[in-house]
Design a protein around this ligand. Sequence first.
Ligand code: ADP
Ligand code: MG
Length: 151
Amino acid sequence: MASRSIETAGPQETESLGAQLARLLRRGDLVLIRGELGSGKTTLVRGAARELGVTGPVTSPTFSIGHRYEAPRVTVSHLDLYRLEALQDEEPDLLEDYLGDGRIAFVEWPPEAARELQGARMRVTLNHRGGDRRLIEVEEMAAGGKDGQER
Ligand code: ADP
Ligand code: MG
């Protein structure tokens, strides 16, 4: 497992970091993203989604737990489980439509215990550092070879 911390000075830089991280990902990969409200989780996912070929707006899921973007080479899932944290045992299959197979999934507010979210490829934690600065920690796990495909 490799770990590093990067400080960004504005949303553009956080998007760029998201794009950089996206280049390390393969189909089937899962990325867990933690950090307070407004720390830049969705901003980072936006940069990653762009890099993966998503062209339309990338916004925070509001009426559902997630969005699925069909890019030419991969499906990008973006979930926000903020309101789900207490419900994990009631809806074990809820995440199935978003994870695995030909998808790359980004999950904000992942519940600690959810079995579906084990085996993440990357964990990202964002912290406010005053003004527009954010400290972003990236932990990269060894590729698990979930489906081993190139994207
Ligand atoms: P979250 O998903 O963590 O709630 P968002 O990405 O939706 O956060 O919002 C982050 C907000 O903070 C945006 O309004 C963004 O423009 C602003 N911002 C300021 N500086 C940064 C930075 N360095 N990285 C990311 N977002 C930043
Ligand atoms: Mg968000």
